[in-house]
Each structure stands twice: as structure tokens, then as C-alpha cells.
Design a protein around this ligand. Structure first.
Ligand code: HEC
Length: 143
């Protein structure tokens, strides 16, 4: 019995030390984490495509164009008539506000007119946001 414990202890210790960093690095349940995969996010954007362009064109679809999204004030995209809720919003689009918006648009900002239930999987949101980070940089700002 004792012999068993002596053998087992180092194995458990190694197993525990392998697990701990992952547990510590786990993102908070609702918060945005940097762990997104842009290639996967590009496919998730298929759910948004029907209504959103990513580039700065004068033509919009059902929703506003999303070029230069990060850092810009919500409801301020040119050439688009927003709902009152978004037009009067005073926050900026960041990874965190976007993460909340995409979780459940109607809960985050009641009265908006985006007909979209939300993205339930946190990892899907992270991937999509990683993709948007790259894809919404307007052509004039690209280095
Ligand atoms: C059925 C069409 C539709 C779909 C699908 C859709 N949206 Fe929208 N989206 C809209 C509309 C319409 C608005 C404007 C809402 C308003 O004015 O209240 C909007 C607004 C937004 C805004 C605010 C933009 C700004 O300039 O303030 C963001 C960001 C956004 N959508 C991202 C997304 C993303 C990302 C997806 C995919 C996960 C998505 N939307 C899916 C129609 C859609």
C-alpha cells in the first residue's frame, strides 16, 4: 500500500503541474479573451455577411458597414440610419463591448434593430472578434 502511494505521488504532481497553467489562463466566463482564431472567425462571419460589409463603401446592406469598427463610437458609421438605441449610444466598440453585443444584442442594448439572436459559444465569439480585428481595418489605415 505504502509502496503504491510513493509511486503515485510524483505522477499526480506532474499531472497537477501540467493542468494548473491552463486553469489559470482560462478566460472569465463572460469576458473577451485573446485566444481567438481569426481563420475560424472568418467562417463564423458567414452568419453576419448577409447584413454587413466589412469595407468602407457607400453601399450598405441591411446593417451598417463594419470598417474601422474598433475604437469608433457605436451608431456612428457613415451612410447608415441607426435605430434610436444605437444612434444615442455613447460607448465605443472594443473587444469587450463587441463580445457583449454579440452574446445577446437585445439584452446588451434593448431597442436596437439588429435581427440576430446572438452567438452562444464563447469560443466562437472570441474567434469572430479576432477575425474582425483584422478584417475591419479600413483600407486607408492599413499599414
Ligand atoms: C439580419 C441582419 C443582421 C445580421 C445577421 C447581423 N447584423 Fe449586425 N446589425 C444589423 C442591423 C440592422 C444593425 C443596426 C442596428 C440598429 O441600428 O439598431 C446592426 C448593427 C451592428 C453593429 C453596430 C455597428 C455600429 O456601427 O455601431 C455591429 C458591430 C454588428 N451589427 C455586428 C454584427 C456581427 C459581427 C454579426 C454576425 C455575428 C451581425 N452583426 C449580424 C443587422 C444584422
Amino acid at each position: 500500500m505504502l509502496k503504491h502511494q510513493i509511486l503515485l505521488a510524483p505522477i499526480l504532481w506532474v499531472a497537477a503541474s501540467m493542468l494548473t497553467p491552463q486553469v489559470l489562463a482560462a478566460p472569465k466566463e463572460t469576458g473577451f479573451s485573446e485566444s481567438g482564431d481569426a481563420a475560424k472567425g472568418r467562417r463564423i462571419f458567414n452568419r453576419c455577411k448577409a447584413c454587413h460589409n466589412l469595407t468602407a463603401t457607400n453601399r450598405t446592406r441591411l446593417g451598417p458597414n463594419l470598417d474601422s469598427l474598433f475604437g469608433r463610437q457605436a451608431g456612428s458609421a457613415h451612410n447608415y440610419k441607426f435605430s434610436k438605441a444605437l444612434a444615442e449610444a455613447t460607448f465605443n466598440w472594443t473587444e469587450n463591448s463587441l463580445n457583449e453585443w454579440l452574446t445577446k444584442p437585445n439584452t446588451f442594448l434593448p431597442g436596437n434593430k439588429m435581427q440576430f439572436a446572438g452567438i452562444r459559444q464563447k469560443q466562437d465569439r472570441n474567434d469572430l472578434i479576432a477575425y474582425l480585428r483584422q478584417a475591419t481595418v479600413s483600407s486607408t489605415k492599413k499599414k
